[in-house]
Design a protein around this ligand. Sequence first.
Ligand code: MV4
Length: 591
Amino acid sequence: MMFEKVLVANRGEIAIRIFRTLREMGIGSVAVYSEADADALFVEHADEAYLVGPPPATESYLNSSRILEVAASAGAQAVHPGFGFLAENAPFAADVTAAGLVWIGPPPSAIEAMGSKVEARRLMEQAGVPIVPGVTDPVDDLDAATGIAEEIGYPVAVKAAAGGGGKGFRVAPTADDLEEAFEGARRESEKFFADSVVYLERYLPNPRHVEIQVLADGNGQCIHLGERDCSIQRRHQKLVEETPSPVVSDGLRERMGEASIRAAVAVDYSGAGTCEYLVADEDFFFLEMNTRIQVEHTVTEMVTGLDLVREQLRVAAGEGLSITQDQVRPRGHAFECRINAEDASTRFLPTPAPITGYREPAGPGVRVDSGVRAGSDIPEIYDPMVAKLITWDVDREAARRRMIRALDEYVVEGPKTLIPFHRWLFEQPEFIAGGAMHAELERFSNEPTPIPPVDGSAGQPAPERVEGDADLTERRFVAEVGGRRFDVRLRYEPLGPVAAPVAAPSRRQRRSGGGGAVAAPDEAVTTPMQGTVLRVMVEKGQTIEEGQVICIVEAMKMENEVAAHRAGTLTELHVADGDTVEADQVIAAVE
Ligand code: MV4
């Protein structure tokens, strides 16, 4: 029997995504929200909503006993966790079941088996799923790591057993780098997961990140829905996903699909899941299985015509899948751009700010999964991904052009977003050719981007770069003269008196090209954010390369590398291990 009422233990765009399917299926919906989300859009998409706690997720969206209390008092029969928060928390899944409710996800045993990445590697090897060459047991100390790395061969990757998605991931190109990689992975893993267990794999140069969507009914039926290519990443954050992959042949797809079904069957999977792989030419290597609906499930929905949340609900309610493997007929091509409240020109720093103006793209082949509207606040304490823009068309090139058109229609005023970054990316020749942009995107870590700032907060049009003349910026206005519309462009020189109307950019913006001004020679290295210096990597007087890491600053549990913006000599060094630093603080000088 299909459920009558389902609680969604999540927020933002994914909560709305799930509420939409519930509404279509005639199922009642229950939202839970924190004090920071009292006015959030997702709350209005549910039939009922309950406050579960203060803003910190640990006291609200991760407060499992409070969420179960709400489920009971609202009379929900099932809990959908979305992604993040409690989605891959096996004890919570078990608690949901113990409370007499249905968990819309795989069995806790499957979550647990895939939760430990070393354990998962062992299981996958047994199931005949190819894994990245390396160990299937934890590596206890540097001595053991040294021996194993010699066997595997350099370069090696050190990864957190409790990790996933790149947290606690370090690379040692040579034996000289192993100690730092090993200790770094352990330290980060301890901090994020309270677990310092790590393991070693061979490091594959420039692989593609390709994942396979599976659906299992829990009664032995398991199908795959083809792949998603998620190679466009920065610091392990996916930015763009697409299907089909520009590099996956029909034969490779079939082998990967079959392996993924074996993976799911090996852990008695049910519902929607994803097997992640590294792909090099016609070879593929299992990385991990994500036991949840994923952010990028949308592109698979666009080409298959299926509703994956509906399939999840059907399986959880015991109704089985709506289709068999031979009924899966993917058609056309889909892209997804993650619309994060981040500023690509300041190394993707989050830009939490109220949205003052907002208009979504629409039209043929365009889907927007958003959690915001005009007037929405973007709380700093949650994920900066506020929306997803998805386009579909008959082939890759048409879907790419459609994405550019949709990005141009999309207006977000207030916070800076990744819209200009995506606009830039989708016209890069390497991207157009289907390349993974590894080098370019990692370069974004150390260099300002060529993206013009979008800043509508002053009530004026944002200043934009003038194409073909790096020294000029312009603002665009619309004027009517004699009933005819004209687009007017006011151009500004960078420093002369005519630049007066341009708000004076901060020193950091100036260096990153923000405001369109030309960077003045500047020796100072500054920290982008407030935090604690974990480790200083250089010494005063040393010769520095451009992009060389000066120190590691921990902020909000993240390790951030502060890099030199230019080559030269380190003439000043103002920080030591353990220091606290402020945002924009000058920590060193390179002359
Ligand atoms: C790797 C790798 C190379 N060799 N593992 C893991 C988490 C995910 N975010 C990327 N991960 C990688 N794991 C081994 N043994 C390279 C990456 C990787 C990557 C892979 C595909 C596409 C883009 C990438 C960007 C950074 C790291």
